[in-house]
Design a protein. Structure first.
Length: 258
């Protein structure tokens, strides 16, 4: 009887060790209430958006667990206005794993990537889409879980499916609003135009060159840059860096795990 109990305890201990807690590789905290894009973005006027906050990123974390990479977005106000799960918030993370890659963030984000990506992951509600550097869809068995109550969106992807490193990659997370065009699929980032309408944001331009992104994580300025008189850019400066005359989109910087 005693031997059986010992074996049972050993099994419980080993089983618990196998289900280890996720390792947090990095977490970035983003200011609350800065979901204004280049400084003056506003939400669409339809009552579904209420007082806004559906694109206000509070934190972005990268975790590693049992061979999986997990991206966690904390949003100030996830909502479910039509009782079908979150259908207003859209998140994306571009992953730079090697030289080369796609220089533009797709799905109507209207912005360039400082770190061109080999993979881009987009999620809204229970829909998720992964594309490669050629904008071709790839099946890497990514999944998404959305918790309305905690304002959390968690994207999980097998590390080996995206070439298996993680710590020395560069990541570009962004948050905007989703437009599924009434079809119920993933859709794209919702337009931000000069004036807000019932279903489009305002504060941008009608020439479709400004970002359709409300919030990003601004990386800290590198020490060497500060030493030589450089300064950290603000979110407003980054998302407002598009050039209407030249037709150049704004460039969003990437995050690195330290």
């Amino acid at each position: 009887m005693r031997n059986a109990l010992v074996l049972l305890l050993v099994g419980v201990i080993l089983g618990g060790a196998a289900v280890a807690a996720a390792e947090v590789l990095a977490i970035w905290i983003d200011p609350e209430g800065d979901d204004r894009g280049d400084g003056d973005y506003v939400y669409p006027m339809n009552e579904a958006f209420g007082e806004g906050g559906e694109a206000d990123l509070l934190s972005f974390a990268i975790e590693k667990e049992n061979g999986y990479l997990i991206f966690e977005f904390k949003i100030r106000n996830l909502v479910d206005p039509w009782g079908v799960g979150n259908r207003l918030t859209m998140v994306a993370v571009a992953i730079d794993t090697q030289e080369g890659g796609d220089k533009e963030l797709r799905h109507n984000a209207n912005c360039l990537l400082q770190a061109p990506s080999e993979y881009q992951i987009f999620a809204a509600g229970e829909e998720i889409h992964v594309i490669d550097a050629n904008s071709e869809p790839v099946d890497v068995e990514a999944t998404v879980e959305t918790d309305i109550e905690t304002g959390t969106i968690r994207i999980t992807v097998p590390i080996e499916a995206i070439n298996g490193a993680a710590s020395d990659w560069r990541y570009t997370p962004v948050v905007g609003l989703q437009d599924d065009y009434g079809a119920g699929g993933l859709g794209d980032f919702r337009d931000v135009k000069a004036d807000a309408g019932e279903w489009c944001g305002g504060g941008g331009h009608d020439l479709a060159i400004d970002p359709n992104i409300y919030d990003i994580v601004v990386p800290k300025a590198k020490k060497i840059l500060v030493i030589f008189g450089g300064k950290q850019q603000s979110q407003e400066e980054i998302l407002g860096s598009y050039n209407l005359d030249k037709g150049e989109m704004a460039t969003v910087p990437a995050l690195e795990i330290e």
